[in-house]
Design a protein around this ligand. Structure first.
Ligand code: FAD
Length: 234
């Protein structure tokens, strides 16, 4: 099967895998998949930060350009969706529920089964996924090095009309990581990993990794990942 079709088929499997998670546990639309993370952010919800995030006025040009583009078009690729949620959850320390509702209202392809699991994966509350903290400045350098996308959606960027960053990017990320790992190290969170993995963990294709890699590399096309490309699920 050609490389692109193989990738598309894989995404359709993720599509079903994610929808099955919500089917088997509808509550994950409202509450954390891993309960060890309950109370982590719920009482610290900063509405000013949330509104700046929703309207694309955080002072982080890549975040603001992606949000304004999404609010105007209803679509964004996987990596930029993940970056928006990571920024809300880790840098702005916002619980995933309200940001999830805002994005759900914008997405033309809103699919609750995929959406709520992805919201929790990118916010670090599943207990089994890596904490992936995206750096907005790194994403800007990698995916919009000449600033074309940013200037299109944030015309006031670089002028006094553009807000300063609402948080210190590095300090906020380090603080978030410290708080999440403090929970991940607890015996309760460790015990919960097996339970969540059993209930929601992905069941791989059964092919040993070396075989899977060989099959993919045989047909590999030039690397994707530009602003309009796509990324695999984590
Ligand atoms: C925070 C967050 C929220 C998301 N919310 C949604 C949502 O509400 N609806 C939605 O369809 N996708 C959602 N996704 C997954 C993914 O970003 C989109 O499916 C993809 O970007 C859509 O691009 P496309 O139409 O070009 O699909 P393609 O890349 O062509 O993929 C085809 C189909 O495969 C499925 N698919 C693709 N990527 C994924 C993935 N990572 N996980 C699960 N299924 C996938 C979708 O059904 C998609 O329509 C979300 C991702 C994140 C990080």
């Amino acid at each position: 099967m050609a490389y692109h079709l193989r990738g598309f088929a894989a995404r359709l499997r993720w599509h079903c895998h994610f929808m099955q998670k919500l089917e088997s546990e509808p509550d994950i639309e409202w509450r954390n998949v891993a309960r060890s993370y309950d109370g982590l952010r719920e009482d610290a919800f900063d509405r000013t930060r949330f509104q700046a995030w929703c309207s694309g006025a955080t002072g982080f040009p890549m975040v603001d350009a992606c949000m304004r583009s999404l609010n105007a078009t209803g679509w964004l690729n996987f990596r930029m969706r993940a970056m928006l949620v990571s920024f809300a959850a880790y840098h702005l320390w916002l619980h995933w529920r309200e940001p999830g509702l805002h994005l759900a209202r914008q997405f033309l392809d809103f699919e609750p089964g995929i959406h709520w699991s992805q919201m929790q994966m990118q916010s670090g509350t599943t207990g089994i996924n890596t904490f992936r903290i995206y750096s907005p400045s790194r994403q800007q350098a990698d995916h919009d090095p000449r600033g074309e996308f940013i200037r299109r959606w944030v015309p006031e960027y670089g002028t006094s009309a553009y807000p300063s960053p609402i948080v210190d990017e590095r300090a906020a990320a380090l603080d978030a990581k410290a708080r999440l790992y403090a929970i991940r190290r607890t015996s309760g969170a460790r015990a919960e990993v097996a339970v969540v993995q059993q209930r929601h963990g992905s069941r791989k294709s059964g092919l040993p990794q070396s075989k899977r890699r060989k099959a993919v590399s045989k047909d590999r096309q030039p690397k994707q990942g530009s602003l309009f490309g796509d990324e695999g699920a984590f």
